[in-house]
Design a protein around this ligand. Structure first.
Ligand SMILES: Cc1cc2nc3c(=O)[nH]c(=O)nc-3n(C[C@H](O)[C@H](O)[C@H](O)COP(=O)(O)O)c2cc1C
Length: 333
């Protein structure tokens, strides 16, 4: 088990962190992951100009929740002054930590010179990091990729610039921007970052269980791991990984009855957060991920996700999991 990660005044209880994921890491999901135990849980990336314009979407994304602290808010943008203002905005509303996104590969984001495009402009990257660190009293962290492409893997250079600017923790997704999500995450490449700075470093990419977490830690020498897609439909995964890294043995996967309780809690929270119609739509991807653990999961997801009434969804989920409890009392991990 690595030594606890210290980020300014925050000591993380677990070295297993939940990744920021747009469209996934909303308040209902973060609350659920927090309940199962995670070192730190990041918000979805919030675009700074829209945050300051207080659009309905960003107001919802920046809703403070006392139940899932520390509240780590990830910001995206390209203007140092706007990002600094956005950081003040979320800290005024309770954020315990601000994370900056230098990793997003999406065309819409890099087209605005934000996300991973910032790794191509080290001078601007430095100005952003300094502006945000100086703007807020809470720790500022940075999430990035290995670089833009294989010819410009400058993550260690940016890491040094970040340390100089006062950044308190670095997360590195072991792919370049141009790789998008293709190929395998290069955990060993993160060792270069660990060697370059004295900051806590978190390794990210393709970590889906205790074995991949242990291997990523060993190859990178990182202080912690960050899990993204692996926790979709399995919000309890991070705690399982932590326990295994602790040597305590992985707990069993939830039974169908336990899983039903989690799915219903998540679904109800989505309806509350987004309202009935939008909540129902946003919940569908989560239901598909949960149901994938059951035999014939894809067909079950199609059945439940064509319903447009919450009460019908709940009744169908109860029926599905009751059948699973009879036929599959212990679901495969
Ligand atoms: C649907 C989706 C949305 C994502 N949104 C964000 C985001 O808002 N901010 C960010 O820094 N990374 C985002 N990522 C990247 C993840 O945080 C993570 O770096 C990546 O998925 C690799 O980790 P994994 O293999 O554990 O999923 C997103 C990834 C996915 C699949």
């Amino acid at each position: 088990m690595p030594t606890p990660i210290q980020i300014g005044p925050l000591t993380l209880a677990s070295p297993v962190l939940m990744a920021p994921m747009t469209g996934i890491s909303d308040l209902p999901f973060r609350r659920l992951v927090a309940r199962f135990g995670a070192g730190l849980i990041f918000s979805e990336m919030i675009a700074s100009p829209q945050l300051l314009a207080e659009t309905a979407k960003t107001r919802r994304q920046a809703r403070f929740d006392a139940a899932s602290r520390p509240w780590a808010v990830q910001l995206a943008g390209t203007e140092p002054a706007v990002l600094a203002e956005a950081a003040r905005y979320v800290v005024d509303r309770g954020a315990d930590l601000v994370d900056l996104n230098f990793g997003c590969p999406a065309k819409l984001v890099v087209g605005k010179a934000a996300g991973s495009a910032l790794m191509r402009d080290e001078a601007l990257a430095g100005r952003i990091l300094e502006a945000v660190v100086q703007a807020v009293p809470v720790p500022v962290t940075l999430k990035m990729r290995l670089g833009w492409d294989d010819h410009s893997r400058n993550v260690a250079t940016i890491a040094r610039i970040a340390e100089e600017a006062g950044i308190r923790m670095l997360t590195v997704h072991g792919r370049t921007r141009c790789q998008l999500f293709k190929g395998a995450a290069d955990w060993a490449a993160v060792a270069e970052v660990k060697a370059a700075v004295g900051l806590p470093v978190v390794v990210n990419g393709d970590i889906t269980d205790a074995a991949t977490a242990a291997r990523a830690l060993a190859l990178s020498g990182a202080d912690g791991v960050m899990v993204g897609r692996g926790a979709c439909g399995r919000p309890w995964l991070l705690d399982r990984i932590r326990r295994a890294l602790d040597g305590a043995g992985e707990p069993a996967e939830p039974t169908p009855d336990e899983m039903l309780a989690i799915v219903l809690e998540h679904h109800a929270a989505m309806l509350e957060h987004y309202g009935h119609d939008l909540g129902l739509r946003h919940a569908r991807k989560h239901l598909a991920w949960y149901l994938a653990a059951l035999p014939g999961g894809a067909g079950l997801a199609r059945r439940v996700n064509q319903l447009d009434d919450a009460a019908a969804v709940v009744a169908t989920l109860r029926e599905i999991y009751a059948t699973a409890a009879e036929t599959e009392p212990a679901l495969a991990a």
